[in-house]
Design a binder for this molecule. Sequence first.
Ligand code: IPE
Ligand code: MG
Length: 231
Amino acid sequence: MDGNGRWAQSHGRPRLDGHRAGADSVRDITRASRQLGIEALTLYAFSSQNWARPAEEVMGLMTLLREFLIGERSEILDNQIRLEAIGDVEKLPPMVKEPLDELRTASAMHTGMTLTLALSYGGRESIVRAVREIARDAAAGTLRPEDLDVDRLTGYLPTAKLPPLDLLIRTSGEQRISNFMLWEIAYAELVFTDVLWPEFRKEHLHQCLEVYAARERRFGLTSAQLGLDPA
Ligand code: IPE
Ligand code: MG
C-alpha cells in the first residue's frame, strides 16, 4: 500500500492525512476481497524499516492502526474474517498490540477470509528468524540438515499457514518489492499500478484481478505441458 504521502502532498495536506485516507482504502479493499471470495488478503501496513520515519508519523500510523482494529472489529467478526498479523509485533506499542491480540483471538476460528496485517514486517527479517529457528532445531537434534527442503523452510516462515501467494499488487507507480514476502513471491504474479493507495478502490482491485487472470502461470513448465497451447 504505497503512495499515501504523495497523495497528501498533491492535495497540499500533511502526510498523516494521506495515511488517514489510505485507511479508507483498506476498508474498501478488505470488503471487496471478502465479497470476491478471496481466501487470503495480506496488507503491508508497516515495514521493519518504517520505524525510522519521523516519530510523529510513526505515532500517527500507530494511532490509525488502533482506530482500524477497534473500528473494524465488528465488521471483521460479522463477516467471518480471521485477522492475523505477521512481523515483529512485539515491537508494537500496547495501544496497538492489545486490540490486535484481542481481535486475533476473537476471530481465530473464522474461515471466511484470512486478513493478515504485515506490521513491523520485513521479508529478510522473517527469513532471518526462520533460519535462526532452523539452526536451533538442528543444534537440538530435532532437524537433520539433509531433511531441510523448500517445504520445510516454508514451514518456518510466518506465512506458513497462508495459501501460496498468487498475486502481489503494488500501488503508486514504484516497481520494487521493498522487503515484502521475499520468499513467498517466487511464483507470484506481480502487478504494478500507478494509482496512489488512497485512491485505490474496488474498481482498481477488479482491474488488477483481470490483469492477473490474463497471465499464463507456468511454474517453470511449458505451455504444452500445462495444456495451454492453442489447438
Ligand atoms: C505507504 O505510503 C504507507 C506506509 C508506508 C505506512 P507512504 O507513506 O510510503 O507514501 P509515499 O511513498 O511517501 O507517497
Ligand atoms: Mg512509500
